[in-house]
Structure formats: structure tokens, C-alpha cells
Write a protein that binds this ligand. Structure first.
Ligand code: ADP
Ligand code: MG
Length: 268
């Protein structure tokens, strides 16, 4: 059954997945870019929504708000339908992006007293769900209103984690926030999986922390691990995913493995 048939069979449209962790530098944007690209390469129709005002996912795919009349900010405040902010990604078939802009920072303040302020992103994405198999939302490094909006819009959440000493610290806060959103705004929300990123095989601590995370989140941690790989850190400056920039690299292969495992876990 191809994706088009599946969408019409369930009538539900795209599955929406937030990439969240309030820590910065744990691999959210890198995973957003490369997992989206890997799934698009596998023939899935994918939309990446850049909900971090810093715009690393947008610039990492060669899309900047300067090239664009509309971006996520305009969709969130209802100035334009989300479809008007969707752009194609050069050299990446099947992959679209809604880029961000630094103005998005202001949305947290602008929406603070709006009724149902957690629901703006869900509302904005509704009309796009029929066009895609998967919609990924790259979250900012905070548990503020943008992340709450992403979790309210999402069916599930992927948590990228760096295997370092403080990795588990703050994780309980994230899990509490996910539970709060689930109980208050979005009862379908589940944890899709945890991804271990920037894995350093030469470092003993990495293995210890990975073991601890796996025993804490039994069954939820992907077997596919993303190693520290220089091609992954270089590719954003070339404005493309690692799969296009360095297709044979360890970084590319590890994200292809993650995509494979991700797809295997989806319900038929
Ligand atoms: P976040 O979005 O969580 O803040 P990023 O994905 O931007 O994290 O990653 C932080 C930095 O680490 C970036 O400079 C990125 O290029 C680099 N990076 C991410 N994953 C890897 C990896 N597996 N190997 C090497 N560098 C990585
Ligand atoms: Mg980021």
C-alpha cells in the first residue's frame, strides 16, 4: 500500500511529530533535517516546520526567511494560510519546509493572553495534513509557548538526547510537560522515541549514560544511534542534508538507519 492509499484509507492525513528537548545543542535540528530527508528519499511526502526562531533547520536546508515572503510567524498569527509559507527544498524531492524568522520570538509574548494560545500551530497545520505523510516540527530549546504549541499539534514526540553526564537532568521536566500537554490539550500525544545523538564510541561515559537512558525508557529508545560525525556538522553550511552532502558518510548511514527503524515502528 503506498502512502497515498494509506492516507485515504485512514482519512487522517499526515502524522505530526515534534522534535523536542529543552536543552540546546542535543541534535534536534540535525535530526529534523536528516530524518526528514531520509524519509523523503524513501518516497514519503514530508513537511518540516521550523519552529525555532534561530532557524537552524531552515538555513541548514538552504532556505532563509530573506528568500521568503511568508514564514511560520505569519501562519501562527493567522495572517496567511500555512500553505502560503510552504517552500520546496532544492535537491530534496518530496521534502517541503515552512521556514522561520527571528520575529517568531515575539509570538510567545503576542499570544500570551490569547484564548487557546496552545492551539495556534495545530490550527495552522490542519489544512496541510492531507498533503503529507509526515510533518516534523523542530522545536526551540525551551519549554515555552512554541514548544507547547508543537506538542499540542503533534501525534507524537521524538526526543534527541546527547549521551553526556547531565543528559537525564531536565528530562523529567520534559516528560512532565509532555504529560501536562497530553492531559490538558492533546490526549493522543505519545513519545515516539528517544534518539541517542553525537554518540562517541571512544568515551566510556557515553556507554554508561546510554545504558541508563535505555533502562529508564525501556523500549522507547531507538536501536539506531547517531555517532558524532564531522559531515553532519558540515552539511548545514552547505545548505543541504548530510544525505545529499555526503551520502556515504557514517552520519548519512546512521540517519538512514534511524528512518528505517522509524518506518518499521509505524502502524500499517
Ligand atoms: P539543537 O537543535 O538541539 O540545538 P543541533 O542539531 O543544532 O542541536 O546540534 C548542535 C550542534 O552540533 C550543531 O552545530 C550541529 O551541526 C552539531 N551536531 C549535531 N549532531 C551532530 C553529530 N551527530 N555529529 C557531529 N556534530 C553534530
Ligand atoms: Mg535547533
Amino acid at each position: 500500500m503506498d502512502s497515498q492509499q494509506r492516507r485515504s484509507a485512514t482519512g487522517q492525513g499526515a502524522k505530526i511529530i515534534a522534535l523536542a528537548n529543552q536543552k540546546g545543542g542535543v541534535g534536534k535540528s540535525t535530526t529534523a533535517i536528516n530524518l526528514s530527508s531520509a524519509l523523503a528519499m524513501a518516497g514519503k511526502k514530508v513537511l518540516l516546520v521550523d519552529s525555532d526562531p534561530q532557524g537552524n533547520a531552515s538555513s541548514g536546508l538552504g532556505v532563509t526567511s530573506r528568500d521568503q515572503e511568508h514564514h511560520l510567524y505569519h501562519c501562527l498569527i493567522g495572517e496567511v494560510p500555512a500553505g502560503q509559507a510552504v517552500c520546496e527544498v532544492a535537491d530534496h524531492d518530496n521534502l517541503n519546509i515552512i521556514p522561520t524568522h527571528i520575529d517568531l520570538i515575539g509570538v510567545e509574548v503576542e499570544l500570551i493572553s490569547a484564548p487557546k494560545r496552545e492551539n495556534f500551530l495545530a490550527k495552522a497545520l490542519k489544512s496541510l495534513k492531507k498533503n503529507y505523510d509526515y510533518i516534523f516540527i523542530d522545536c526551540p530549546p525551551s519549554l515555552g509557548l512554541l514548544t507547547i504549541n508543537a506538542l499540542t499539534a503533534a501525534d507524537s514526540v521524538i526526543i534527541p538526547m546527547q549521551c553526556e553526564y547531565f543528559a537525564l537532568e531536565g528530562l523529567s521536566q520534559l516528560v512532565r510537560t509532555i504529560r501536562l500537554v497530553k492531559n490538558s490539550y492533546n490526549d493522543k500525544l505519545v513519545i515516539e522515541g528517544l534518539v541517542l545523538t553525537m554518540f562517541d564510541r571512544r568515551n566510556k561515559l557515553t556507554f554508561q549514560v546510554a545504558k541508563e537512558i535505555r533502562s529508564h525508557f525501556q523500549g522507547s529508545v531507538y536501536d539506531a544511534v547517531i555517532p558524532r560525525n564531522v559531515r553532519l556538522s558540515e552539511s548545514p553550511s552547505h545548505g543541504c542534508s548530510v544525505l545529499t552532502y555526503a551520502p556515504g558518510s557514517v552520519g548519512a548511514l546512521s540517519y538512514l538507519n534511524l528512518a528505517k527503524e522509524f518506518l518499521k515502528k509505524q502502524k500499517p
